[in-house]
Design a protein around this ligand. Structure first.
Ligand code: HEM
Ligand code: HEM
Ligand SMILES: [Fe+2]
Length: 446
């Protein structure tokens, strides 16, 4: 690390780790419920567990993005963070809002809109918190000694993500309109502006890890931003098929969302090409594993598995089934979870001065988490295909079908256990690095 204020990133990452552990716990609560072991039902019913699992995911990813920004922005701007004490205040208030929301879910205090369940009063606090975050990184970029494409794309991605939170806060008494704008948040985040954050963080990591010229790496970033906007904005239409929107969305949504995998494909080709061109061997090979892994697995989960159900002809059968859960797991994992883990694994040795990357447990955690996630995704796929066939093709009753597919959740839980072992190893390695220290300060930021 080159600047003292970058140390705050460590604490964002530490919170992130805690939330990951909690998210996985709620995954297991649902998994057990799915195989009939629902002893916690009176205290944590499935809907509360589901809202907690998915919201914790979003919150830990956002915490990871913030940590990444607090690490990357000073380095790319060649200066300390603007008012780093405020970043502490932001972290504490962020945690308070998050914990309140999660506790609230367990007492039925929620909005019931998938992914945007956080109650309205807390939404306002989120807005204040994010404004504080944008102020800190915005002022750092504004007063930067130098500007880079990576830095500007990262800032713009975070800024646009904050802006796109607002359509989810408009009050409608019409369900269709509410659904219409809910997708501005959910879809335009993961298939729009979060991709800019992803491109920028990958660009930063590739510059550091491959030693290829910044100009070459950043040129690709423009291509990715272009492909994302070209496909992602009108691609929102793939969520408008069945909610009562005009019919033309079938065509517009189908065509443009089918182009969305191109942005993910470009990221995968980019990362692999830069790796092959690499000018030097960076000692932190594990960070390279996660970086390349993120670019490749995001193409599989978001690009390939998204494409699989994006056409209206397919989606009319698969909509809202476990096929969606199959895609949701692998897409979030590949694109955003692996991204946050990649930047953590790169930054930790820099922040703490302890270079513990080259050890077996690190590689084991990478492979176990990924093999486990592939297994979980496959189990969801088999359950989902069976569900579509029995429920929608043969017209069997919803609950009868849920009982039929119960067996696939045993496989899902076995794979989830492998995944969890991988994640526990990752968490153990995180803890082993210890706290950030000023002794880790260096003059060049490699
Ligand atoms: C990293 C990027 C992506 C992530 C994290 C992601 C995640 C998700 C999640 C969580 C859902 C469920 C949303 C809900 O019901 O509220 C969903 C739905 C969907 N996604 Fe993605 N996705 C990504 C990219 C893509 C891409 C590139 C495509 C198309 C090529 C796609 C196609 C779809 C479709 C068609 C649905 C609707 C499923 C249904 O009708 O139930 N996704 N995605
Ligand atoms: C041990 C680990 C995990 C287990 C056992 C687990 C299990 C589950 C279960 C049972 C559901 C509900 C599916 C249903 O409606 O029946 C679910 C939903 C979901 N999980 Fe996980 N999960 C785990 C980890 C993860 C991770 C690491 C991610 C992201 C990287 C993730 C992302 C999601 C998403 C996005 C949904 C909502 C899918 C949708 O919109 O349909 N989960 N999970
Ligand atoms: Fe979408």
């Amino acid at each position: 690390m080159r600047f003292k204020s970058q140390k705050i990133a460590y604490w964002y990452f530490a919170v992130c780790i805690l939330l990951i552990a909690l998210q996985i716990t709620y995954g297991f609560i649902m998994g057990f419920a799915r195989i009939g072991m629902d002893g916690l039902h009176d205290y944590i019913p499935f809907n509360a567990a589901r809202a907690t699992h998915t919201n914790l995911l979003v919150v830990w990813l956002l915490t990871g993005f913030m940590g990444a920004a607090y690490y990357i922005i000073p380095e790319e701007s060649d200066r300390e963070l603007h008012m780093p004490q405020l970043a502490w205040l932001q972290l504490i208030s962020w945690v308070v809002v998050g914990v309140t929301a999660i506790i609230g879910f367990h007492f039925n205090w929620w909005e019931g809109r998938k992914f945007l369940e956080i109650p309205r009063p807390l939404d306002y606090l989120v807005v204040v918190n994010v404004l504080l975050f944008l102020y800190i990184i915005g002022m750092t970029v504004w007063n930067a000694k130098k500007h880079s494409t990576t830095q500007l794309v990262l800032f713009f991605g975070l800024f646009a993500a904050a802006l796109l939170y607002l359509p989810g806060m408009i009050y409608f008494d019409n369900h269709m309109l509410d659904s219409y704008f809910r997708w501005w948040v959910v879809h335009l985040w993961v298939e729009g502006v979060w991709e800019l954050i992803m491109g920028a963080v990958l660009s930063f990591l590739l510059i550091k890890l491959t030693g290829v010229d910044r100009e070459v790496i950043e040129k690709w970033l423009y291509v990715i931003v272009g492909l994302t906007f070209l496909s992602g904005i009108l691609g929102t239409g793939h969520h408008y098929y069945w909610i009562g929107s005009p019919k033309y969305w079938l065509m517009v949504g189908g065509i443009f969302s089918a182009l969305e995998p191109l942005a993910f494909l470009a990221m995968a080709i980019w990362a692999i090409n830069m790796y092959r061109k690499k000018g030097r061997e960076h000692p932190n090979k594990l960070a390279l594993y996660w970086t390349l892994g993120c670019a490749i697995m995001s193409f599989v989960g978001a690009g390939f598995l998204g494409f699989a159900h994006t056409w209206p002809q397919v989606n009319k059968w698969t909509h809202g089934t476990l096929i969606t859960a199959m895609h949701g797991h692998m897409a979030f994992w590949g694109a955003y979870a692996m991204l946050v883990i990649a930047i953590m694994i790169y930054a930790l040795p820099q922040l703490t001065g302890r270079k513990l990357f080259d050890n077996l447990s690190g590689y084991l955690s990478f492979w176990m988490a990924n093999v486990g996630m592939v297994g979980m995704t496959s189990a969801f796929a088999v359950a989902g295909i069976t569900q579509v066939y029995l429920e929608r093709k043969l017209g069997m009753d919803f609950l009868t079908v849920q009982k039929e597919i119960q067996v696939h959740f045993i496989g899902m839980m076995l794979a989830a256990s492998v995944f969890t072992c991988g994640m526990l190893l990752f968490i153990w390695n995180f803890i082993r690095h210890g706290r950030p220290s000023d002794e880790a300060l260096v003059t060049t930021g490699d």
